[in-house]
Design a protein around this ligand. Sequence first.
Ligand code: CTP
Ligand code: CA
Length: 225
Amino acid sequence: LARGVTEPDLKGRHVVVSAGGTREPLDPVRFLGNRSSGKQGYALARTAAARGARVTLVAANSALPDPAGVDVVPVGTAVQLREAVLKASADADAVVMAAAVADFRPAVYAAGKIKKKDDQEPEPITLVRNPDILAAISADRVRPGQVIVGFAAETDDVLANGRAKLKRKGCDLLVVNEVGESRTFGSEENEAVVLGADGSETAVPHGPKEALAETVWDLVAERLR
Ligand code: CTP
Ligand code: CA
């Protein structure tokens, strides 16, 4: 095929992509959140649709417009994201967890706005763990041959951390980003290494998030064949 012409190599496939960042409410007006823009997940959804897939995009708090031809399921919290991903994954050929999922949530949700009191220090916020969605879907594969992809932002020994995380999560592919000062979050570009459970290592040079998305789908398509 000519350069720039997309091969519909995901035709007949259903893929699920999670994107954005979860928000864990403290009260009706406040939440614990993160800086994920959703751009990488949306790029994954767009490129999969262009390659012929039926796409379910589970979108956590992203301000981005719905990509054309993609089924968007908006969610807020990690628990809601889990429900939506599990439901959509039941008949999916591939699941890509690009969302930044909060590891913890406030143990209590105050139904009324938390007020400060003149002569009192604030109450500490107690956190509890959120479910690990990637580990759960990797452990009980609902469909034989389903390909599961995770994302990890790492510092320090990026590759060693990535290998350990791939093993711990039990997924087939892990996209490892090195993060630092102004890298990755909110940016239009990305740079990563995609680690495979089969020992493979695919370096993706610094470039648009679409390019990384295309590489992820190349690796997924190879494993679906
Ligand atoms: N993830 C998930 N459920 C969670 C936390 C993370 O499904 N509760 C997914 C993310 O969507 C991502 C992958 O797991 O695809 C790796 O996320 P990361 O935060 O790097 O992994 P953690 O196991 O939470 O490790 P860390 O302690 O480094 O945050
Ligand atoms: Ca985490």
